[in-house]
Structure formats: structure tokens, C-alpha cells
Ligand binder design. Structure first.
Ligand code: GLN
Length: 275
């Protein structure tokens, strides 16, 4: 099979041409250590290399498994994070949340951050890596925490991003006061139909009761106890949820603001705890 045929294998299964080309590049890089530069320089792929890519592309189309689970890593804000089907694959939208957190941390010289529902640890690790803050990431899933621990080790920042098994705040003590709480919680309303790729991701990381609002409500309600005066709360938002989450936050937080993503969707909300 040729590389063109492998691209066609992907597009025939409903993947767009651009996406398919991108994915073949990812497979070549990951499994054959063959980069675009090698292609430009005219290095030829061996039969075996093409066979590996073909096999992985077949695996990709058989069940529409996300490419990140096949290669076992996902790119997020300049780093490659280990991902397995136990964790959500980091999304581009989440960069808006993390960038806002980084800006606030730097402007206010913030020291400690709590990341609720850390999953792969992509948020906790990126903040710890790019700021002076120490981040505690918590998750209810031991399998997710194993992945987060591998990521923090990979980045070599074990003492700056630390992890703990906790169902939301259940294992956080009230004397552990944070400057910032951040979360990209599960926010998809139960029963929503999802793209085939998304059905491979952990349900526990995707779905929330109360029309997707369950975790926003709980975290907004509990976070004031764990935040220093004027501490910050930041969330990623699901589509159509901003007005509800803003109403929760307005009760306990000041200056609640919303940031839109590139598609014009309200994607991030943040506010400051009342003094
Ligand atoms: N915090 C992780 C992320 O943003 C996991 C989020 C989740 O599983 N809901 O990717």
C-alpha cells in the first residue's frame, strides 16, 4: 500500500482529507520516527514502515478509535502528554482556560492552585511548568491518576504538580487554602449523542447530571471554603451552559467574566471569591 492509499483508507471512513493527512503524519512520526523534514529531504520509507502505518490506520478506522489513543499521546500547549482510554484527550479549547489561568497567576503572583478532575494532568502540569505556582491535581479515578503521574514524571516537575485521589473536595482539608481553583469538569448532558471518536473516551470524564451542570454547581458551592480571600475560580464551559454557570457563580464570586472560543462559543468563566 502507498501512503496515498492509507490517506484514502482514512477518508473513506468519513475522516476529512486534512485530518487524514495530519493523522498519517502523526503515525509516521510516532511509529517510524519519520518526519515531514525526512519527506522533504527525499528519504524513502521502507516496506515495513509503511506496513506499520497501514496496520495502525486500519485500527483507527475499525472502531474510529481516536488517533491519540493509538499513538498513546496528545499534544497540548507545547508538550506531548501520555493519554490512554482512562483519560480525556486534551482539547484545543482547554488552552483558553489554561492560558487565562497562567495570566492570572503571573499578574497576581499566585502560589498554589487546585485542579479538580485532573484526568491526564494536562492542566495541572502545564500550569506548574509555565508558572511558579504549585498545583494539586485531584481525580476520583485511580486509572486517570496513574496517567497524570506518568505525565508529571515525563515533564520532570514532580515536586511542582502533585496528585491525590479525591472525589471533588472529599480529600481536601479546609486548612489547605488555595489561591486558585480550576476545573474542566465533565459537562456533557446525559443522553447526548456523540461522535464515534468521543465514545472511546471515559464516560466518567464526559457526562454530568443536571443537564451537564452537576459539577459546576457542586464546585461553586464548595470552593469558597477552600479558597483564600479573593481567590480565583475558573472553569471550562460546555456549549449553552454559560448563563447557568454564571448565575451560580454570581452568588459567591465577584467580577465574573466569560471568554469565547474561536468559534464564538462561551468557553471559559472565571471570577474572584468575595473578600
Ligand atoms: N482536566 C482534564 C482535561 O482538561 C480532564 C477533564 C475531564 O476529564 N473532564 O483534559
Amino acid at each position: 500500500m502507498s501512503i496515498q492509499k492509507i490517506v484514502k483508507l482514512l477518508t473513506d471512513s468519513g475522516i476529512s482529507v486534512n485530518e487524514a493527512k495530519q493523522e498519517v503524519k502523526m503515525l509516521l512520526k510516532h511509529f517510524c520516527n519519520y518526519s515531514e523534514k525526512d519527506a522533504i529531504l527525499g528519504y524513502k520509507l521502507t516496506e515495513e514502515q509503511i506496513e506499520i502505518v497501514e496496520e495502525k490506520a486500519k485500527e483507527r478506522v475499525a472502531n474510529r478509535t481516536p488517533i491519540q489513543y493509538i499513538i498513546g499521546e496528545a499534544y497540548f500547549m507545547g508538550e506531548y502528554f501520555k493519554v490512554t482510554p482512562d483519560v480525556l484527550i486534551p482539547r484545543d479549547e482547554t488552552e483558553i482556560l489554561v492560558q487565562k489561568a497562567i495570566d492570572i497567576i503571573q499578574e497576581n503572583d499566585i502560589k498554589n492552585v487546585l485542579d479538580i478532575g485532573t484526568g491526564s494532568g494536562c492542566i495541572a502540569c502545564t500550569i506548574a511548568n509555565k508558572t511558579n505556582a504549585v498545583v494539586l491535581g485531584v481525580d476520583i479515578s485511580s486509572d486517570a491518576l496513574r496517567v497524570a503521574l506518568d505525565n508529571v514524571t515525563k515533564l520532570g516537575i514532580n515536586n511542582r504538580a502533585v496528585f491525590r485521589k479525591s472525589d471533588l473536595f472529599s480529600k481536601i482539608r479546609e486548612d489547605e487554602q488555595f489561591d486558585m481553583i480550576i476545573s474542566n469538569p465533565p459537562y456533557i448532558p446525559l443522553g447526548t449523542n456523540l461522535e464515534p471518536e468521543v465514545t472511546h473516551e471515559p464516560k466518567i470524564a464526559l457526562y454530568a447530571e443536571e443537564n451537564g451542570l452537576q459539577f459546576y454547581r457542586k464546585i461553586v458551592l464548595e470552593s469558597p471554603k477552600f479558597l483564600k480571600p479573593e481567590g480565583w475560580l475558573l472553569f471550562e464551559l460546555g456549549i449553552g451552559e454559560s448563563s447557568y454557570v454564571k448565575a451560580f457563580m454570581d452568588e459567591y464570586f465577584e467580577d465574573v467574566k466569560i471568554i469565547k472560543d474561536l468559534a464564538g462559543i462561551d468557553r471559559v468563566i472565571y471570577g474572584k471569591a468575595v473578600k
